[in-house]
Design a protein around this ligand. Structure first.
Ligand code: NAG
Ligand code: NAG
Ligand code: NAG
Ligand code: NAG
Ligand code: NAG
Ligand code: NAG
Ligand code: NAG
Ligand code: NAG
Ligand code: NAG
Ligand code: NAG
Ligand code: NAG
Ligand code: NAG
Length: 576
């Protein structure tokens, strides 16, 4: 009775006082590109989003919200290596999971996406592994199914259920070979693919991709991305009375872009649309927050924008800015269900016994499980890392080493943050053994501050610990790989060392170290520009690593007191 009364009151309030809402972009900050979102009345009016994860594992994060403002990680759709063994063999940092499309129908969540082997020739038939995974419970990573693969030589596949229940998949043909958006009927149970038809080539921009179909007012609307995922990125739309075309282009295209503007939110495109409980339309699109020097190390993030879509007309998108005025939204409590935490929250992890790494923590490709152990005997409240032979670069710079890389991290989600953690470096002895913290974009773009055992040049039998900050990037005009190398000060008289990474200004990371328990003795080791991590398709991760840099002598190190804090007041969300 009371709930009915409150529901009626809520309805009246929203009906009578349907004032616009204010919210801030990005809604999913950090490495959350190619968003696809849905509104699911069957699941208590919750919104769900999926985003691309490339080679990160666990992958395909699913976020949920009741009010489009506070978003919680509720599961990772890829959480078991046996779901997709190929993720470990795909070389090149731009390989992996591209552009999932999330849809809901009759109690089942469908996720359709592509594992791209970006190192294969453009015309190789096994370059694109398309598949469908499903779940009846989006709050449980383990409940996502094994993939059902279907044969399509393209990427960004997206399902659409026509009025008669027939599923059509749209996808992007490998555009270097033959451009265009293609569509075909798919039997979603047997994965049988029907005839493939080229339905639209876009408005002439490069890389027509990321298609989604919507049905409205007797038309099929086809929303796509064009211009490449850089500064020329845009969303364009076309419509047809028939699902397989011919499609006519909106004369007002592009419907959404930041091209040729000086806005803080750049590279806007690759959108998906959905309606809320009041039938208002919204779109999500990827975007980057570009610094004054052109840097955006957090990569492509998810933004939200209201869409005005009158009957029989083309949808009109609002340009993406930091502070947004959109359709009426009730403030609502965050989703209670699910495995993770709010996407914007900090972390203070003490690695208590009998806990597991939270689902926000990711590896680059599959981890070697035995390399990570929480609170092993004699090391309470710590994460034991067993060193990998490979460092974060890997011997050929790109592939997965057979024994993996000991690395775990979280996405950088705030422009201004402080990440610190303490390492026990006692067991480091052999030359080149190294532990530390990193800002990691991929295997060819990362900055690492660590303790490394270095042979003394004036006394070769003396191997001693040095604090070393070094980096690697392919971005031209970058600094030398070793930014700073200094002996661990004798005065510290401890092998327990705090490492800290800060983004203290809009262009640079600062790397510091201190003896454990004596933060007042912290010294800045050096700086590195975000520009060196502004590359490719992924976004910065903040994490820890342990490596022998090619040496054979394995060792253990212990990480404790993981703190990831941010200065929200300094985060520039209001820049237009
Ligand atoms: C792919 O392209 C290369 C170079 O153009 C060509 O040599 C090769 O025969 C092509 N392979 C297929 C399967 O079309
Ligand atoms: C999650 O799903 C798995 C696989 O279906 C199941 O075994 C497990 O009990 C579920 N966990 C919860 C908390 O529902
Ligand atoms: C996939 O489809 C292509 C044509 O589109 C066909 O040549 C190829 O044999 C198919 N592969 C499989 C495994 O069915
Ligand atoms: C798209 O371009 C291809 C290759 O240029 C062409 O064969 C095809 O007819 C075009 N499709 C449409 C729908 O215009
Ligand atoms: C941006 O400007 C360039 C150069 O004038 C032009 O070619 C391009 O079409 C413009 N892009 C958009 C989306 O307006
Ligand atoms: C969005 O910005 C573009 C310039 O990039 C402008 O032409 C367009 O009118 C704006 N759209 C709306 C709906 O304000
Ligand atoms: C409310 O938001 C919609 C969608 O952005 C917009 O069209 C409308 O002008 C806004 N109304 C007010 C009063 O700001
Ligand atoms: C962890 O779990 C083990 C086995 O269930 C139990 O014996 C131990 O007391 C637990 N430790 C803590 C700190 O909860
Ligand atoms: C390197 O060896 C020389 C000579 O033994 C010594 O003076 C110096 O302190 C050593 N440096 C380090 C960092 O251990
Ligand atoms: C070189 O280092 C070793 C090990 O620290 C030390 O025993 C030895 O005395 C050093 N020799 C010189 C010449 O400093
Ligand atoms: C940020 O800090 C670095 C290191 O001190 C400095 O080189 C850079 O100019 C600063 N950037 C801005 C925008 O102040
Ligand atoms: C990584 O390790 C290799 C040896 O396996 C070494 O040659 C290389 O210098 C290291 N580089 C970086 C940047 O980590």
């Amino acid at each position: 009775m009371l709930t009915q009364f409150l529901a009626a009151l809520g309805f009246l309030t929203s009906f009578c006082l349907a004032t616009n809402s204010t919210y801030h972009n990005p809604i999913l900050p950090g490495f959350h590109p190619d968003p696809s979102c849905i509104f699911v009345p069957d699941w208590d009016d919750i919104f769900f989003c999926a985003s691309s994860s490339f080679l990160v594992f666990p992958g395909i994060p699913i976020h949920a919200s009741r009010d489009l403002r506070s978003w919680k990680l509720v599961s990772n759709a890829l959480s078991r290596p046996e779901q997709l063994p190929g993720l470990n063999t795909a070389k090149r940092a731009t390989s992996g999971i591209w552009a999932p499309t999330l849809r809901y129908r009759d109690g089942i969540f469908y996720l359709v996406t592509t594992l791209v082997y970006d190192d294969y020739p453009k015309n190789a038939s096994n370059r694109f592994d398309n598949f469908v995974i499903t779940t009846a419970n989006p709050f449980n990573s383990s409940a996502w199914s094994q993939p059902v693969h279907f044969n399509f030589s393209g990427y960004d596949t997206s399902p659409f259920w026509d009025d008669d229940g027939q599923v059509y998949v749209t996808g992007t043909h490998a555009w270097e070979v033959q451009p265009g958006i293609q569509a075909f009927p798919l039997n979603i149970e047997t994965s049988q693919v029907g005839e493939i038809v080229n339905i639209w080539n876009g408005t002439g921009g490069s890389s027509p991709e990321g298609p989604h179909i919507y049905r409205k007012d007797g038309y099929y609307y086809l929303l796509i991305a064009e211009g490449g995922t850089g500064s020329g990125h845009m969303a364009t739309i076309a419509r047809s009375k028939n699902v397989l075309g011919p499609y006519e282009s909106d004369p007002k295209n592009p419907v959404l872009t930041a091209a040729n503007t000086t806005r803080y939110f750049q590279n806007v495109g690759h959108a998906d649309m959905f309606q809320d409980s009041e039938d208002n339309w919204w779109a999500v699109a990827l975007s980057v927050r570009q610094g004054p020097d052109g840097s955006y190390p957090m990569g492509r993030e998810t933004t939200l924008t209201p869409v005005t879509w009158n009957e029989g007309e083309w949808p009109v998108f609002t340009n993406v800015t930091g502070k947004m005025n959109g359709w009426h939204l009730e403030s609502d409590a965050p989703v209670a269900e699910g495995e993770g935490s709010l996407v914007t929250s900090g972390e203070h992890l003490k690695f208590k016994a009998n806990t597991t790494l939270p689902p926000e923590f990711v590896h680059w490709r599959f981890p070697t499980p035995s390399s990570y152990s929480i609170s092993p005997p004699g090391h309470q409240n710590s994460l034991q890392l067993t060193s990998s032979i490979s460092n974060l670069t890997g011997s050929d710079g790109r592939s997965a080493e057979p024994l993996g890389q000991t690395f775990v991290g979280r996405r950088q989600v705030h422009s201004f943050f402080t990440f610190s953690t303490t390492f026990d470096t006692t067991s480091l002895a052999a030359e080149d053994q190294e532990v530390g913290v990193t800002v990691f974009l991929d295997q060819l773009h990362h900055y690492d501050l660590g303790v490394v055992m270095v042979q003394n040049s004036t006394n070769s039998t003396n191997i001693s610990p040095y604090l070393r900050l070094r980096g690697i990037t392919t971005v031209p005009g970058f600094l030398s790989s070793d930014i700073a190398v200094i002996p661990v000060p004798n005065s510290w008289a401890t092998k327990h060392i705090i490492f800290e990474i800060r983004a203290s200004n809009i262009t640079h990371y600062t790397f510091s170290a201190a003896p454990a328990g004596k933060k007042s003795q912290m010294i800045d080791i050096g700086f590195a520009p975000g520009l060196g991590l502004t590359w490719g398709f992924t976004g910065a991760l903040l994490g820890v690593y342990a490596t022998t840099n090619g040496g054979e002598t394995e060792f253990q190190t212990y990480v404790s007191d993981w703190k990831d804090r941010f200065a929200s007041s300094k985060d520039i969300v209001n820049v237009h």
